[in-house]
Ligand binder design. Structure first.
Ligand code: ATP
Ligand code: MG
Length: 504
């Protein structure tokens, strides 16, 4: 037992009477990477927030370096070497990198901020991780992945030895993930203990020593990674076996539903054109930053178009705003749930019913309570959203369940074209399959489905046709049933070795 740097025993935690953690035990050794796994809402983030002092436990003991810690506040956790990189990053985007790293423990000289010294120390912290960033850069100007690296640098600069990473790779590109793994290996070799939460199970084999699995707020098991299999892990997570990972259905391609031609929108979207047919799921592949999200936003009217013609059921449509799009029958489940998709301070009920008030309310604008209730109940059931009550704040849902609400609110209405931008990001294995089934249902109902994803296996497994985007342009089209990951990748980097924009 002596070599555990963290030992959590019989931890319980309830939120307004609902148990999020029920008698959970967990431990971590120095120099190991422990994966903490479980479905959305299983309690992973909550357990780690207990460890980092964000939440006070109702029962149980926590030992750090063998010493019981009773007064586990964020400050106390930090002083004991615990640092948590949260699922939703907590950076002050208007401050510089150095200011973020020293937030709350600014260095002063003669009563003034010692900017030069903080910049120097911040640069040191970054270079320990081989990150080449100017500490004076405003955090809002760097990518999410770099922000993640800054969070890690910040953790190391307070001498954290116990690092919790809550879904660090959900917004990273393949190359950035490689960088992160290199950092994790380095930290591990230096004797840090790392707790790693992720729904991307295929990446675990690169870094993980042990796994701890939770389900419904309870501890299920801890195992050496080398002694188990993916199937075993998944069945512990969901309590049953998952048979079809990608339940693609065959259906006949019907009429053309939607077409976009010559779409241009600033630099990221250049002369884009494609069609969507009845009875198919159109996949859009590409690397992070290729312009896929920008294409969906331009179509949906979030961003202005410089040019482009859209037709829906052979009728030209003009879309200047999301309202125009929704009226025409086009909806978009966006990628960034926190920014575009979810009102965290409204209830789950309100989040689902608000965009549907046009048909949930009667002609006088009065909400029909029963219709609303049924709509919300159906959405919650369809996606197995794990909640205590539809009246709870959407912001208090687990990360993956928030994502499900974003998807659910758009599926509650009848549309002609549904665009999903990374709908399964941060969603657990079982819920992914539920989202795939929903896409299938739309496809069978003759509704156009566009599926943007960075995960090639799910595109190859669920789409019928795949178009690939590189630097804002479509570089090719593939039949998803015969295409390979390599073919997608080749098209995704089609312009990589040429100068920007020089290729036609
Ligand atoms: N502040 C809060 N108020 C009320 N309920 C909460 C709060 N924080 C978490 N919960 C609930 O506790 C349960 C566990 O949530 P938690 O965020 O720990 O799940 P998770 O395993 O991290 O899931 P995900 O994979 O989706 O991130 C969920 O049912 C969630 O709604
Ligand atoms: Mg979580």
């Amino acid at each position: 037992m002596g070599d555990h740097i963290v030992e959590m025993n019989h931890i319980s935690k309830a939120f307004s009477g609902v148990k999020a953690l029920d008698d959970v035990s967990f431990n971590l050794k120095a120099g190991e990477v422990m994966a903490l796994l479980g479905e959305n809402g299983a309690g992973k983030s909550t357990l780690m927030k207990v460890l980092s002092g964000v939440y006070t436990r109702d029962a149980g003991t926590v030992l750090i370096d063998g010493q019981p810690v009773d007064d586990l506040t964020p400050a106390r956790a930090q002083s004991l070497g615990v640092a948590m990189i949260h699922q939703e990053l907590n950076m002050c985007t208007h401050l510089s990198i150095a200011e973020n790293i020293f937030l709350g423990r600014e260095i002063t000289r003669h009563g003034a901020l010692a900017d030069a010294e903080m910049n120097r120390l911040a640069r040191e912290a970054l270079s320990r991780l081989n990150i080449d960033l100017d500490p004076a850069t405003v955090v809002g100007d760097i990518s999410v992945s770099k922000q993640q690296m800054v969070e890690i640098a910040k953790a190391l600069s307070v001498n954290a030895r116990i690092l919790v990473m809550d879904e660090p790779t959900s917004a990273l590109t393949a190359r950035e993930i490689e960088d992160l793994f290199a950092i994790i290996r380095k930290l591990k070799a230096e004797g840090h203990g790392i707790i790693y939460i992720s729904h991307r199970l295929d990446e675990l084999r690169h870094i993980v020593d042990r796994v701890t699995i939770m389900r419904d707020g309870r501890f299920i098991t801890s195992m050496n990674f080398a002694d188990t299999t993916m199937d075993e892990i998944v069945s512990h997570m969901v309590g049953r076996e998952i048979k079809e990972k990608f339940p693609r259905i065959d259906s006949r391609r019907g009429r053309k539903i939607f077409e976009v031609k010559h779409l241009n929108a600033g630099k990221p979207v250049r002369n884009v054109g494609f069609s969507v047919y009845e009875g198919e799921i159109l996949g859009i592949a590409g690397l992070m930053g290729a312009g896929r999200t920008e294409i969906t936003r331009a179509i949906f009217g979030v961003d202005a178009k410089d040019s482009g013609e859209l037709t829906l059921d052979d009728t030209p449509v003009v879309i200047r705003s999301p309202m125009d799009a929704i009226r025409a029958g086009i909806v978009l489940a966006p990628e960034d749930r926190k920014k575009d998709g979810l009102c965290t301070r409204l209830s789950i009920r309100e989040n689902i019913s608000l965009p549907n008030l046009d048909w949930i309310a009667d002609r006088l604008g009065v909400v029909r309570g029963r219709t609303e209730q049924q709509t919300v109940a159906k959405a919650v059931a369809d996606l197995s959203i794990r909640l205590a009550s539809p009246e709870m704040n959407a912001g208090n849902l687990s990360g993956g369940n928030q994502q499900k609400v974003v998807v659910a609110k758009w599926l509650a209405r009848t549309s002609r074209l549904v665009i999903f931008d990374e709908p399964t990001r941060g969603i657990d294995v079982a819920a992914k399959v539920e989202i795939y089934h929903l896409m299938n249902r739309l496809k069978q109902d003759g509704i156009g489905v566009v599926f943007v994803s960075s995960e090639m296996p799910e595109l190859l497994g669920m789409a019928d046709r795949i178009i690939v985007v590189c630097e804002g342009r479509i570089t090719g089209e593939l039949d998803a049933r015969t295409a390979t990951q390599n073919q997608i990748l080749e098209l995704a980097v089609a312009f990589d070795d040429k100068t920007n924009g020089a290729a036609a």
